[in-house]
Design a protein around this ligand. Structure first.
Ligand code: GLU
Length: 358
């Protein structure tokens, strides 16, 4: 089954968490980095395309600046990231050079992927690097991105990069062996296969207590949802195991495999669904919810119960039911002011072509 899903994988996004590339003193761990780069180089030499998403900039900066606790202030985090990012890249560049590979730093902010032209531009840059057999090494541009508008964590960033390209496989390498059932109890066990991300799985996934890392399992589940809906399989596995990448790609049972949704969203729909922090929401009645979810209809003015937030015509908004549950996203053709004034012509407010049911 794994073999079947992974047999045509060519383009792989690999995410390395802070915990897998730093040692106990929070400094980049040369031996560990070397074995991971060797694995990536082997994939590249086998003809596959690899995009690396790396964490560890803040951690490396903390070490260099003599801090042993992750700073709480944004400016301090930005300073740590700026110091650490260049140190991290220097290490990667040297290691890849040993395998005669060229690497390239690509630092992204949320806005780079939210605006549609910039989104396509980022994709072109990455695809061009891959064509030149360069290994793009991506991180969030933490030195300048601000709190509310951040990707927030690199699990999410790696899923967005996989969705942007799109990739054939996302691999998140972390400090544990995969999604673990009964974590912290006497009988923990790895979940080898996840077919759907449901409420039970979400409830099982906790955050992190690490002083350098960000996400834990909760952010990985959110990343999984993006990957799955983009039609991309995701494997979460241990970054400390030897040859883990080769084993995953061969279809051996390693970590947790999340099955992709067979109805992959097309590029523009992926952009609508995942790459925005919407400024507003439309709350719709049950009839409209059914029409949108089950009948493939557009949203018309009578179905809108209320509108929240302030947005312009052409912005992406959340579509929520009357309980406040977001079930879709779409481009709204009218501004929040026009909708609030209730003077809309009886035409689509969110056209079907611009709408994604989540
Ligand atoms: N961008 C952050 C860093 O390089 C990491 C965010 C994360 O690990 O999720 O330190």
């Amino acid at each position: 089954m794994r073999h079947e899903i992974l047999k045509n994988v060519n383009r792989i996004v690999v995410k390395l968490g802070t915990g897998v590339i730093t040692d106990s003193s929070k400094q980049p761990d040369p031996a560990q980095l070397e074995q991971l780069v060797a694995q990536i180089a082997a994939r590249q030499q086998a003809g596959q395309e690899i995009v690396l998403v790396t964490s560890g900039a803040v951690g490396a900066g903390m070490g260099a600046l003599g801090l042993n606790k992750r700073p709480a202030e944004l400016a301090d985090l930005q300073a740590c990231a700026a110091v650490g990012q260049s140190r991290l890249m220097a290490i990667y560049e040297n290691l890849f050079a040993r395998f005669h590979l060229i690497s390239a730093q690509v630092l992204l902010t949320h806005e780079d992927l939210e605006d549609h032209d910039r989104h396509l531009n980022a994709r072109n840059a990455l695809v061009t690097l891959l064509r030149k057999r360069v290994v793009p090494i991506i991180n969030e541009n933490d030195a300048v991105s601000c709190t509310e508008l951040k990707f927030g964590d690199n699990d999410r960033l790696s899923a967005l990069v996989a969705s942007l390209l799109p990739a054939d496989l996302l691999v998140i390498l972390t400090t544990v062996d995969g999604m673990i059932r009964n974590f912290g109890c006497s009988n923990p066990e790895i979940i080898p296969l996840v077919e759907h991300v449901d409420a039970t799985l979400e409830a099982m996934a906790g955050g992190t207590k690490s002083s350098t890392a960000v996400g834990g399992m909760a952010t990985k589940i959110q990343a999984a949802k993006i990957a799955i809906r983009s039609g991309i399989p995701l494997v979460i596995a241990s970054g400390r195991k030897k040859n883990v990448l080769a084993r995953i790609v061969k279809g051996e049972v390693e970590g947790t495999l999340f099955l992709p949704n067979p109805n992959r969203l097309r590029g523009r729909k992926r952009w609508i669904a995942f790459f925005h922090h919407p400024a507003g929401a439309l709350f719709v009645d049950d009839g409209a919810k059914r029409a949108l979810r089950e009948k493939g209809k557009s949203l018309l003015p009578p179905g809108i119960a209320r509108c929240e937030g302030s947005f312009q015509g052409g912005d992406v908004v959340r579509l929520c039911d009357l309980d406040g549950m977001e079930f879709a996203r779409g481009i709204c053709d009218f501004s929040s002011q026009q909708i609030a004034s209730r003077q809309l012509p009886r035409i689509e407010v969110v056209h079907r072509d611009n709408l994604v049911v989540l």
